[in-house]
Design a protein around this ligand. Sequence first.
Ligand code: FAD
Length: 292
Amino acid sequence: MKAAPFAYHAPRSLAEAHDLLARHGPDAAVIAGGQSLVPLMALRLARPAVLVDLNRVAGLAEITDGPREVTVGALVRQRAVERSPSIAARLPLLTAAVGHIGHPQVRARGTVGGSLVVGHAAAELPAVALALDARLVLTRAGGEREVPAGDFFAPEGGSIAGPDEVLTRIRFPVPPAGAGHGFHETGRRARDFALAGAAVVLGRDGAGGCAYARVAVLGGGPAPRRLPGVEAALRGGALDDAALADAAAGLVDEVAPVGDVAADAAHRREALVTLLRRALTDAARRAAPHTH
Ligand SMILES: Cc1cc2nc3c(=O)[nH]c(=O)nc-3n(C[C@H](O)[C@H](O)[C@H](O)COP(=O)(O)OP(=O)(O)OC[C@H]3O[C@@H](n4cnc5c(N)ncnc54)[C@H](O)[C@@H]3O)c2cc1C
């Protein structure tokens, strides 16, 4: 099948893009990497009458190092994140996770912003944005709002980005010095969307205990999830194998995996506990003591 007919615009500026979106309302859709939208259009599951291509808009595809955060433009390709030395050094959780997305060809086109706006429950970047306390900057004609990742993903799946809004950049605060990360996922076949996965950042106090914990999972329900209960159970405690296994087991109180043709809910839950334990173990091993 081929896409339904549509008008195509390639604005050069954000103002022009905002203007097109305001003018065409819900009939318009922005396109970034096209890795989610084009297949949907080809199947006629999405039929935007007007496509607003963001690829020529200046200033949306930069990775910028600030003193306490890294800002990633919404149009930065997933592959560019994977290869960025500054992200590897400052946000290694992001580097570890992004390499699990699809094939290299998908990552070469797919953008960071597109993946976050789609907000798939089993996608890597939404879970990482939650674990890293990212802030997402949405703009529209005459306005801008900054939304914490915790408020960006809709509980039933997807994101709260409005049809006239453009996600322009994502601000990732750099975790405390010495913090360690862990990322694990599993899928039915290599390169498929994951069935389940866990993204973790841990920091130690002077005595080696847990001073800082950020935990999010993919495949834990209809939306990506941060797990504040698991984080609270970890904070202030030892980071030994028994404590990490206990904390991972506590995940069952905070997730509601959905069963589908790929895996039933019980299998997903079991996989989540195992993957979270592995991610916590890696993060604890990498976390240096005396950092706070
Ligand atoms: C074979 C295959 C395998 C894949 N495997 C995985 C995987 O394992 N894990 C994973 O996470 N993803 C996977 N993907 C999806 C991929 O990561 C997509 O790149 C991503 O979901 C969408 O990014 P995009 O830039 O291609 O967005 P597009 O397809 O261009 O757009 C997707 C949606 O987001 C909106 N949008 C995009 N950018 C913006 C913006 N800046 N502001 C506002 N709205 C915007 C569009 O209007 C559209 O509704 C896979 C895709 C393919 C084709």
